[in-house]
Write a protein that binds this ligand. Structure first.
Ligand SMILES: [Mg+2]
Length: 270
């Protein structure tokens, strides 16, 4: 069901956008459960050669883990269509020709940085890069503190304070950001949702204009905030954590509000 729809004008004059960004949990699936019709819709976009990007703020998992999950569920997806906040960060760091990084993250986070040619070092790094580090030690906290006090550039992959898990919430990177802010007075540049840097970096990479891009997600203050701030077409699905009355209360001007991803078939005639 479609609850609300603004008049949409794509800058290429077509009915179909050139690229769809999708949030995953709450939008395509809920935990291990597929949201009805999402596999068919996503596979149809692929058939029609419409670009798709699967976004996740979680930088403790790498894209391989999302790839395997989506494949298992029946989504025909390529690994390079998946972007965690770390992948977006890597694009940005490469764009800026940055080489030497002091990483604060999990072993898989470090591995992904190394595979992309970065030098991971404690010796005179260009950037302190904070990820969702489930292996954080006091030694790393202390080293990070010293680099930040020396004025080394400071970037965080995403801002989430808590991370949902099967057994409840656990502290996410935002909690560490607060700790370092207390200690040093510094706050990082943030790449993941709701910062628009992740979207902008990917659009720039594909040379696609903002008004030919769509962001589909279930959260108002991350997915939809980012879509509105980036000026891409915003689509809220009510299959995740947001209810219709939350949307009304938010006062946000979202382009399309519908129950599920599969409602987009009739809107875009895909
Ligand atoms: Mg979600």
């Amino acid at each position: 069901m479609i609850y609300h729809q603004n008049h949409l004008q794509l800058s290429n004059g077509n009915k179909v956008p050139q690229i769809f960004f999708f949030d995953m949990d709450g939008t395509l699936y809920l935990g291990e459960k597929i949201i009805e019709g999402s596999v068919e819709f996503l596979n149809r976009l692929k058939e029609k050669n419409i670009k798709r990007v699967f976004l996740s703020n979680n930088s403790s998992k790498n894209r391989k883990e999302y790839y395997e999950k989506l494949r298992r569920m029946g989504f025909l997806v390529d690994i390079d269509e998946i972007f965690t906040s770390l992948n977006a960060t890597i694009l940005k760091l490469k764009d800026e020709n940055i080489k030497k990084i002091f990483p604060v993250g999990t072993p898989s986070f470090e591995e992904e940085l190394r595979e992309n040619g970065f030098i991971l070092t404690d010796d005179d790094p260009e950037v302190v890069l904070l990820g969702f580090d489930k292996t954080l030690t006091y030694e790393k906290i202390e080293k990070t503190y010293h680099h930040l006090m020396k004025g080394v550039r400071y970037i965080a992959t995403h801002p989430d304070i808590l991370c949902p898990t099967e057994t409840g919430f656990i502290p996410d990177i935002g909690s560490f950001i607060s700790m370092f802010e207390k200690a040093t007075g510094r706050t990082p540049q943030i790449i993941g949702k709701p910062s628009i840097l992740m979207l902008e970096t990917i659009l720039k990479h594909h040379s696609i204009e903002k008004r030919n891009a769509v962001m589909v997600g279930d959260r108002l203050y991350t997915d939809m905030r980012m879509a509105i701030d980036a000026d891409v077409i915003s689509i809220l699905v009510l299959s995740g954590e947001t209810k219709y009355h939350d949307y009304i209360k938010s006062g946000m001007n979202i382009d399309i509000v519908c129950d599920k991803v599969k409602d987009l078939v009739s809107i875009f005639e895909i």
